[in-house]
Ligand binder design. Structure first.
Ligand code: GTP
Ligand code: NA
Ligand code: MG
Length: 406
């Protein structure tokens, strides 16, 4: 996306920490609700999302489970977040899942605000918590470091305003932006099958705007958005960046962590989902990974590959046909070089999705991939090759097909 298209968006704040240190209670105090009482055994088992308005500013909060079994959920929470609130109970100190949460936040390069909770307790020991934080490389500001910490009691609602002030302060420094005027991209943060409504998924919108009636693709699931409900349970028809929204209309329950894409039309969504499904089947049958030019020759020899699928993007229409013909001529007895899609313009996320679904390599001629296409290609393991002279492209593909690539 171009800088000029970017608009400010609300911060996404994830509450993390060891089991029972008071993450959900802290969110209850912020929201003035009482979710903790309604949880099975008092253990959070999913990433709950809520939107809170403070001084006219929206903040999206995600709760995460502290129980050791939920590592992947904590990791997912850290990945989609802008700011992590690390909750540490003052009577218990740094525990294994506190350290895990710190590691997830660091891996995601997310700023950490520490909430030292349960300060109302007789045996609370704030200094000990600060000492233990320092041992983890989180030296608090009052100890000469740069880690923001706030002493709170979720139960007695002490320190909540100060914590929220810090969140807004850190969020302001982050200058969070996204382009709302494009097809939506988001992350599935939780999903389940509802008896009456079918597959139900909570999506956190990263960029673009999701609309009721949009065609979407996520993993091998696809569909037309039938209804959208916001975190307050109200029906809505559009969801902008940083908004968590519950959607229905998907063909199957997607996996949490999957990326959701809005696509142009239903056929495309359906075809891509079908290709992905077929591919997963093929891969599990053959145990193969995605194609790259490096391993092409050995896989041709193994008899694993009979088609080298290419997606060709170029700056002008005339080049596409020329490149297509030159490359397809490189077909040999063992492998058929095929251009499955050609188009004018930069390499975008749709090209990568198509490449991923059909085991193709993306060739760019005098065009470059967008940043989001690069990110997606990394995640989907898609090989992108860009050239400015046709001859170099021919040389590379020929070398790969014949096993001579340096
Ligand atoms: P998981 O989601 O299971 O990891 O737990 P959690 O971190 O969300 O903790 P939760 O909010 O469920 O609180 C655990 C227990 O600590 C509950 O019994 C809360 O009432 C209690 N608790 C939470 N905050 C405070 C606090 O500030 N003071 C005191 N005294 N108790 C608290
Ligand atoms: Na709990
Ligand atoms: Mg909880």
């Amino acid at each position: 996306d171009d800088e000029k298209d970017l608009k400010p968006r609300p911060p996404i704040v994830t509450v993390m920490g060891h089991v029972d240190h008071g993450k959900t209670s802290l969110l209850d105090a912020i929201r003035n609700t009482n979710i903790t009482d309604g949880e099975a055994g008092g253990i959070t088992q999913h990433i709950g999302a809520s939107e809170i308005v403070i001084n006219d500013k929206i903040i999206t909060f995600l709760d995460t489970p502290g129980h050791e079994a939920f590592t992947s959920m904590r990791s997912r929470g850290a990945q989609v977040t802008d700011i992590a609130i690390l909750v540490v109970a003052a009577d218990d100190g740094i525990m294994p899942q506190t350290i895990e949460a710190i590691n997830h936040a660091r891996a995601a390069e997310v700023p950490i605000i520490v909430a030292i909770n349960k300060i109302d307790k007789q045996n609370a020991n704030v200094d000990r918590v600060k000492q233990e934080l320092a041992e983890q490389g989180l030296l608090t500001e009052d100890w000469g470091g740069s880690t923001i910490s706030v002493e709170v009691s979720a139960l007695k609602r002490i320190g909540i305003d100060e914590l929220l002030e810090m969140v807004l302060l850190v969020a302001e420094l982050e200058e969070l932006k996204a382009n709302p005027n494009r097809l939506a991209v988001g992350t599935i943060i939780e999903a389940r099958l509802d008896k009456g409504r079918g597959p139900v998924a909570t999506v956190l919108i990263a960029k673009g705007t999701l609309n009721k009636g949009d065609f979407v693709l996520t993993g091998t699931s696809y569909g037309k958005i039938r209804a959208m409900v916001n975190s307050k349970g109200r029906r809505i028809t559009t969801a902008t960046p940083s908004t968590p929204v519950e959607i229905t209309g998907l063909s199957e329950v997607p996996e949490a962590g999957e990326i959701l894409y809005s696509v142009e039309d239903e056929k495309m969504a359906k075809d891509l989902a079908e290709k992905r499904r077929q591919k997963i089947k093929d891969e599990s049958n053959k145990g193969t990974a995605r194609v790259s030019l490096e391993d092409l020759f050995s896989r041709i020899q193994e008899g694993e590959i009979q088609d080298l699928n290419l997606i060709v993007k170029a700056d002008v229409k005339g080049s596409i046909e020329a490149i297509k013909q030159s490359l397809e001529k490189l077909s040999i007895e063992e492998v058929n070089v095929k251009t499955i899609h050609g188009g004018v313009g930069g390499i975008n996320e749709t090209d990568i999705m198509l490449a991923s679904a059909s085991n193709a390599i993306v060739i760019g001629f005098n065009v470059r991939p967008t940043n989001s296409a690069i990110e997606l290609a990394k995640r989907e393991n898609v090989d992108i090759r860009t050239y400015s002279v046709i001859y170099s492209a021919i040389e590379d593909i020929e070398a790969a097909v014949k096993g001579m690539l340096a």
